[in-house]
Design a binder for this molecule. Structure first.
Ligand SMILES: [Fe+2]
Ligand SMILES: [Fe+2]
Length: 296
């Protein structure tokens, strides 16, 4: 049987940024906007993002995961643009998107992501009221489990938090599917380990402890805009935890150029096999395979 393929991209930080209204530029947004107009607009480019997504489409993945930071300052005017962009990536039954800290940049618009993208993360089971996290979507052999670590934070901060209610619900969800033969993929914007206190997932320890008890097969995240693979403890084996660069970024400083990963997942005897292919934008603005790694 052919492998099931899951593509992972993250942190599109959609450009160009719509002009903020003056009233929107208070507090944290004022600092962020200054940083954008001085630096960030040079590094996050729409043409790079479009190049990456059109290459992704040529690979025809079965599913696509987008792990947050679709927008920059959670301005009201950014969300319709992000909705239009995500539609070009694929329809909601094929694309799963979760929020990042930039999608909940300030308190006033912290719920806009959930309102705008419920169709892209809502679980399979019909539920009353708005879609919530964690959510579960079954696609082929996959159980795609979405978390939200997106919370507003103070100036110069980019921390994330899951909260005890979401963690308890995740534990219950993992227990409820434990008897099924599923390749469980956990989607979360923040990495599980971070050297930078200002950017960390504040309750990562609790999530790591929960995963040591229940396990998943693969964890995908964004946020730090670099290639990264770390392994955390599961009940029986280590769990690969993989991050990707920003999908719109040119290489700058220690940040690599935009890239995405494709995971080919299949069943081999009584265990899972998972191969990762990394495709990245090069200096000539072409997207090329740069690496293949067997994860499981
Ligand atoms: Fe980001
Ligand atoms: Fe982020």
């Amino acid at each position: 049987m052919a492998a099931f393929t899951l593509a992972h991209l993250s942190d599109p930080h959609l450009a160009p940024l719509p002009r903020p209204r003056l009233a929107e530029l208070a507090g944290k947004r004022a600092l962020g906007y200054l940083n954008w107009t001085r630096n960030r607009y040079k590094y996050h480019r729409r043409d790079i993002l479009d190049l990456l997504v059109s290459d992704l489409h040529t690979q025809m993945p079965d599913q696509i995961a987008v792990t947050g930071d679709l927008v920059n300052f959670a301005l009201e005017s950014e969300f319709p643009l992000a909705q239009a962009w995500l539609k070009t990536v694929g329809p909601p039954d094929k694309v799963t998107a979760i929020p990042g800290n930039h999608d909940a940049y300030v308190r006033s618009t912290r719920l806009r992501f959930a309102e705008s993208f419920a169709a892209y993360f809502g679980g399979d089971a019909p539920q009353e009221g708005p879609a919530t996290f964690p959510s579960l979507r079954r696609r082929g052999p996959l159980a795609l489990i979405s978390l939200s670590s997106a919370v507003p934070s103070g100036p110069f901060m980019a921390t994330g938090r899951l909260g005890s209610a979401q963690l308890a619900a995740l534990e219950q969800l993992l227990q409820s599917i434990a008897h099924e033969q599923l390749f469980r993929v956990l989607l979360v914007h923040h990495p599980l380990r971070s050297a930078n206190r200002m950017k960390r997932l504040t309750d990562a320890k609790d999530l790591i402890a929960l995963l040591a008890r229940h396990g998943v097969e693969l964890i995908l995240h964004g946020h730090d805009h670099v290639h990264s693979t770390i392994w955390i403890d599961g009940p029986e084996r280590k769990i690969p935890t993989v991050g990707v660069p920003s999908a719109s970024s040119i290489a700058h400083g220690h940040y690599p150029a935009a890239a995405y990963n494709i995971f080919a997942i299949s069943r081999a005897g009584n265990h899972w096999r998972c191969d990762m292919t990394v495709r990245s934008v090069n200096d000539a603005l072409r997207v090329r395979e740069i690496r293949q790694v067997r994860l499981l």
